[in-house]
Design a protein around this ligand. Structure first.
Ligand code: AGP
Length: 610
């Protein structure tokens, strides 16, 4: 999605803005721009393409400003052109706006403003905001003009505004699209996401919907849309700037694949007592009473997080004894869902800003559900709108393809299942201890699974030119087959499908030939014999079988073309381990194909539009 950065303080603003935009590149974009005040004049520079193109456009120019705004645009209204790039200005070119989100009523507003004499230069919805604020500036100060303008707007937005008539202040505001404020020493920033701030401060506050922040060198004032002051909690972000960097890896995605053992450990840290057989889920306290009364669970998510929800169904049903329904965010709200106070609605989201999931959460709240969120980003919209939150402590996930967040979500779901099982009497302390004995070994088993990297890279070299892949799994490993297929298709652009292995004979088997590698999840569990039969069906048609089996399974190795030995684990922790070689396979194939691994085409890290 679009990225916003704003700065006011003693530093040269242009390098601050450019660096901030680079830390937001992972959000996906097709153009970039910035604006700053210098000697009382507003200077705007925009360019199509990457931030280096914007830097080239600025090359050799003199800039000394100390207040400004930057933006990376992921086109929603209007093609990726320089005219449509942000910042957008008013008629006189004295005010600029940067925006993330969608102004749903922009056409009506644009017609009205045109009738009042405003001339427009772009096809975007954002430009309407610049003219609307300009209109109200005739008899109001900047913050008031911004509030008045936003009251006429419907849709999702986070914005930054700068006006040469008020050269010492920046204004930020949000409705449904995240905006975080950085509080430095004599310098203050706004940004769409935390990594853009970390080089300057770790003290942040998160705007809520309908809040407006006014930044100057003296500090930050937050108000409602009616100018009522709002007191905000300042949160300290533990992520160091380095952690958000690549840490020596070629891509963020590879770094994040290798961070999974630490992410699992951090997600477990402080949340259990082995000797007491207890679970402590800080952040879920508001749900304590409801958890004892709910009769079922609905898990809602999108993409990879939806795959985590499918694994969560197995964990919650088997451990907590509760029926679980899983739904896509984009489907849930249009289904007239039969949920109520007896349904624990749980949103799962890495970014905590996926609008499909956020809107589903709001729908569930309207229907009286107690709501929980399993989220990775502290202070994100979903985490703040749910009754209870269980953070995955995976750290910043910059690569568009989600990896460590997924296995951290599985870890968190296991903890939630144990907590619910205890709370409902489906499990006692001894039962919790047994599960914990398996769960706390997961990080070290993940370290062992990462040691498959070399073997996986060799497979990638051999099969990177194939045009179709099939991923098969049964039971709790079927969601892992879906996740493996999604990883491959989203970063290598190779067609890949995940399927329940038992379904192959109902259609997909027609796809099998010697050009189609079939990746089969074949741990030694209760459906192992069935999986072996599926493998035979593939081999009988000349297909290539890449099996992920339990280490030491010599029988499997003899039946397939390639066998990756995944560390032995319990059935409920196996999905996280089996996922790791599939992430590596997708990564190495994409690298061999020369794809943009961290920012694959057409994709964004956080989809904050419907
Ligand atoms: C995952 O690799 C994808 N990039 C995408 O499917 C993602 O999982 C989905 O958009 C949901 O994002 P969220 O977890 O931030 O809500």
């Amino acid at each position: 999605m679009c990225g916003i950065i704003g700065y006011v303080g003693p530093k040269g603003v242009v390098p601050v803005l450019l660096d901030g935009l680079k830390r937001l590149e992972y959000r996906g974009y097709d153009s970039a721009g910035l604006a700053f005040l210098q000697d009382g004049r507003l200077i705007v520079q925009r360019s199509v393409g990457k931030i280096r193109d914007l830097e080239n456009a600025l090359w050799g120019k003199d800039f000394r400003g100390e207040i400004g705004l930057g933006h990376t645009r992921w086109a929603t209204h209007g093609r990726p052109t320089e005219e449509n790039a942000h910042p957008h200005t008013d008629c006189r070119g004295e005010l600029v706006v940067v925006h993330n989100g969608i102004i749903e009523n922009y056409l009506a507003l644009k017609q009205k403003l045109k009738a009042e004499g405003h001339t427009f230069r772009s096809e975007t919805d954002t430009e309407v905001l610049a003219h609307l604020i300009e209109k109200y500036l005739r008899d109001a100060d900047l913050p008031t003009a911004v509030r008045r303008a936003l009251k006429e707007v419907t849709g999702a937005y986070s914005i930054g505004v700068l006006w040469q008539g008020d050269p010492d202040r920046l204004v930020g505001a949000r409705a449904s699209s995240p905006l975080v404020v950085g509080l430095g020493e004599g310098e203050f920033l706004i940004a769409s996401d935390i990594p853009a701030l970390l080089a300057h401060t770790r003290n942040v506050l998160f705007l809520d919907d309908g809040e407006v922040a006014v930044l100057s060198r003296d500090g930050v004032e937050v108000t409602t849309m009616d100018a009522e002051p709002v007191t905000k909690d300042v949160e300290r972000v533990a992520w160091s700037p380095i952690l958000a960097e690549k840490g020596g890896y070629k891509h963020f995605m590879l770094k994040e694949i290798y961070e999974q053992p630490r992410a699992m450990r951090d997600t477990l840290l402080g949340r259990y007592s082995l000797e007491q057989g207890r679970i402590f889920l800080e952040g879920m306290e508001p749900l304590e009473e409801a958890l004892g009364q709910v009769t079922r669970v609905t898990l809602v998510a999108c993409g990879t997080s939806w795959h985590a929800a499918l694994v969560g169904k197995f964990l919650l049903e088997e451990i907590a004894g509760l029926p679980v329904e899983v739904d896509y965010g984009s489907e849930f709200r249009y289904r007239s869902p039969l949920v109520d106070a007896g349904t624990l609605f749980t949103a799962i989201s890495q970014s905590g800003e996926t609008l499909d999931t956020l809107v589903a959460l709001r729908e569930a709240r309207k229907r009286g559900c107690p709501t929980a969120a399993i989220v990775n980003v502290v202070g994100s919209s979903i985490s703040r709108e749910a009754d209870g939150v269980l953070y995955t402590h995976a750290g910043p996930e910059i690569g568009v393809a989600s990896t460590k967040a997924f296995t951290s979500q599985l870890t968190a779901l296991y903890l939630l299942a144990l907590h619910l099982g205890l709370r409902r009497g489906a499990l006692d302390a001894d039962g919790v201890r047994e599960h914990l004995a398996d769960l706390i070994r997961l990080p070290q088993q993940a370290e062992a699974a990462l040691r498959l990297d070399g073997e996986v890279e060799a497979l990638a070299q051999r099969y990177a030119t194939c045009r179709d892949f099939l991923y098969l799994g049964r039971g709790i490993h079927y969601p892992v087959a879906l996740e493996g297929a999604l990883k491959l298709k989203e970063i290598s652009y190779i067609h890949a499908e995940g399927y329940p292995a038992g379904e192959m004979k109902h259609g997909p088997i027609a796809l099998i030939d010697e050009q189609v590698p079939v990746v089969v999840l074949a741990p030694r569990d209760k459906v192992y014999e069935k999986i072996l039969a599926n493998i035979q069906e593939v081999k009988a048609r000349g297909g290539i079988v890449i099996a992920l089996g339990t280490e030491g399974d010599a029988e499997l190795a003899e039946k397939v073309d390639h066998c990756l030995a995944v560390p032995r684990s319990s059935r409920l922790t196996s999905p996280a381990l089996m996922t790791i070689p599939l992430q590596l396979l997708a990564y190495h194939i994409a690298v061999r194909k020369g794809c943009d691994v961290d920012q694959p085409r057409n994709l964004a890290k956080s989809v904050t539009v419907e």
